[in-house]
Design a protein around this ligand. Sequence first.
Ligand SMILES: N[C@@H](CCC(=O)N[C@@H](CS)C(=O)NCC(=O)O)C(=O)O
Length: 309
Amino acid sequence: MSDLSPRQMEATQKYLLLSICYSHFNEKARWAMSYYRVQYTHQLLLPFFHMFTIKPIVDSGVSKHESRDNLSSAFSTPCLALYDPSGKELEESFHDSHDILVHLSETFSNAEHVNLYKSCGPENEEKIYTMEKHYDEVIGAAVIDLAYHDILVENKWSSILPFATIGFKNRVGVLQSLFWFGLSPFLGRMIMSFRAITPDKYEKAMETLRHEFSQASELLEKSQYLAGDYFSAADLTFAALSCIVLGITHEEGYQLRPFRANAWSPKCREFQQELRATRAGKHVLRLFKEQRYFGSPLPKKKTTLLGLW
Ligand SMILES: N[C@@H](CCC(=O)N[C@@H](CS)C(=O)NCC(=O)O)C(=O)O
């Protein structure tokens, strides 16, 4: 745990979080920033165009961490960039939601906002790391397969507009939002082919998520939280990665503006209700309501190129 209070730490470095507005891995990082009450500047991005912003940070070579997965590219988001107090010199960068959560836990935990890997006692620390990795790999990937296939194939006609306007809805820079508006059907297809998403994977993703929610529900019969009696990195990860598949709304605690309900096929909406009705689904809804928002400072929005990017 750091000897410095969060306020003191903030005075020594400036934090910039770069995140794709509708991404669940990015929601995990945003939630971690809120939990530890970190003051930061937020830059919202859209897929493909995110590379232009992340590349200079990657190229600066200040990151000390190897990528943990083979799901994403070298320009993966969330990306947390740490600058010197003047905000001009980039000192360090993180390119994985796990690395961000670990960094914030080691830097900003205090008596009120305890380290989320240690919150259930030292005997559960290793277990929490393992659970987080499992949720990242299994739920993280399943949600991507489910969401892109549902939006771009199963429900393609009704979702064209909600998908194309997601940048404007979240007030991403005007140019990015405009390019996305024109190119999103094509870019969506590109992402699907890059990740080899097929109808088979879509069905499998549903099965995987059903299984994960049922396993988590069993854990929640034994304890109040997934890894024990206290909120931990396992709960934060499970809940944040489930935001899309449960269709968590802004009013329910999702900080940004998600896709509206008609972006999802009737089959997917039914699936969202099915998962919401499970013990794990109710747990996620409660966490969004009680632990996501309240008391956390809202990030300042980064304005670049007069707000165009
Ligand atoms: N393991 C990574 C996965 C992150 C990930 O898959 N990010 C996606 C958005 S959901 C992304 O930025 N994809 C674009 C890319 O890889 O360039 C993490 O936990 O941060």
